[in-house]
Structure formats: C-alpha cells, structure tokens
Ligand binder design. Structure first.
Ligand SMILES: [Fe+2]
Length: 251
C-alpha cells in the first residue's frame, strides 16, 4: 500500500539525527506509547465488512499498530470472542460500537448496554456517560448522511471527534479537525476499515500504554491522544494545521 498525503509534518517530528518519529520509537527500549486504530469493522456483525478478526490482528501488527478496535455497526456481539482471541495472541483488542443515532454515527467504548433501536445522539451519549464510557463523533462531515455535522455543536457530552477517517475526503476531515479544535474535544484518527488495504490507514496516538478498557478510557480522557497517519512503514502524528490539498490515494 502506498499513500499519497501532502499534509505531513516531517520537520517537527525529526530529531537531531533526522529520524522520523516512528523510527525513533523503533529504537526506544521501553515503548510506552501506542498507535491504535479506533474504528474498524469485522464481518461477523458488520455485514458490509470483508474482514476477519484474525486477519485484522495480523495485518494490524504488520503495519505497526499496537492495538486494534472492533466497532461494528450497532452491535457488540464480537466482544467475548475478541477478548478471548486478544489473550490468546497477546495483542490488545478493544471492542466498542459504532452506533447510528438519529443524528449520525457515534463510536463508543466502555459500555455494556446500547439501544436496540435508533435513538437521538443525545440519548445515546447520555447512556454512554451513565455507564462510564467515552464516545466520539464518527466522520461528522462525511458525505454519506451519517455524520453529526452541525449537531456537533448542539449535543453535550461528546469526548472526541474523528478528524481523520479513512473513508472521508480530506476537506471533510479538515472541517472535523476545525470543529474539534473549536469545541476542545479529543481529535482522533481511524481507518473505518472494511477491507484489508484500509487497516491502520489512520490511527490514534496514545501517550501511554493501555491494555485494559479502563486504561484506554483513562488515557483517552487525559487529552494526550492525537490523530495519526500511516506513511513509509510507520505512523506520523498530524497537527491539524496544514490544509489538505487533494484526496488520499491508495494504490
Ligand atoms: Fe464505520
């Protein structure tokens, strides 16, 4: 997979020897930071996905991810199997959900219960909060009528905004980034993958190692997470300042 994205910030990420961020990490003895793909679909419960859990872990590992997330459409049926598989292979898998609220898609983690019918974004966010979970708006300005759009400014309680979504045009991702900054919400990146080539296309930098859902939520709330993109065999953090000039290309 080659990715052509013209909005990189190599300069700020270079150290004195000119190594890029992900290369520095490779030589760090105690690697405590993580890159996690926060929004991924597995085919058992996401019928529009072509991905099997085993392949998601294998490809994610190969690409340099430190953990993956399963966020199936309106379903958390894979939770138990995914947790068992995570233990078996020694690779963290966090199971959340991509819930299609009446106003648009919201990704949530740290919950056990979710509505079986469509409810408002606010009702879903309130339900997540009541269970101690976290949630972020998925692709809020993607052109598929499934984003929260201006509701970002109306709902209360969102923790974050997906500012790099692998199935969203750069202009819409930039708009999401602008809103995240304005609203002071955590900005995250995720592939929203349904096919192998997309796994890890975007990811989120976690400043601390997380292996349990409790740790995941604690670090997410800490505010140190950042959106990241895959390039030349590693991950780079996006600072959300430089404009994106043309669409992402996967060849
Ligand atoms: Fe999705």
């Amino acid at each position: 997979m080659t990715i052509n994205m013209p909005f990189y910030y190599k300069k700020q990420l270079e150290n004195k020897t000119g190594e890029c961020y992900h290369k520095q990490q490779k030589y760090t003895k105690r690697r405590v930071k993580m890159f996690i793909d926060l929004h991924m679909h597995e085919s058992t419960y996401s019928k529009d996905s072509f991905l099997k859990l085993e392949d998601m872990v294998a490809i994610g590992r190969k690409r340099g991810l430190d953990a993956i997330c399963i966020t199936d459409h309106d379903d958390m049926g894979l939770k138990k199997a995914a947790e068992e598989y995570a233990k078996e292979v020694g690779f963290p898998i966090f199971v959340g959900i991509e819930y299609f609220s009446l106003q648009g898609d919201i990704v949530a983690f740290g919950i056990e219960e979710y509505p079986k019918k469509r409810v408002s974004a606010q009702a879903f966010i309130d339900l997540v909060k009541s269970q101690g979970g976290i949630c972020f708006a998925a692709h809020p300005f993607r052109n598929n009528n499934r984003g929260l759009e201006e509701n970002l400014k109306i709902v209360k309680g969102l923790d974050g905004v997906e500012v790099l979504n692998g199935s969203t045009m750069p202009e819409a991702n930039q708009k999401a980034a602008d809103y995240a900054k304005e609203l002071g919400l955590v900005a995250v990146g995720a592939s929203d993958c349904h096919i192998p080539e997309k796994i890890g296309f975007f990811a989120t930098y976690f400043p601390k190692k997380v292996t349990t859902m409790e740790e995941f939520i604690k670090v997410f709330k800490s505010g140190g997470c950042r959106p990241a993109y895959y390039q030349d065999g590693g991950y780079m953090i996006w600072d959300m300042k430089t404009k994106i000039h043309k669409p992402y290309k996967i060849a």
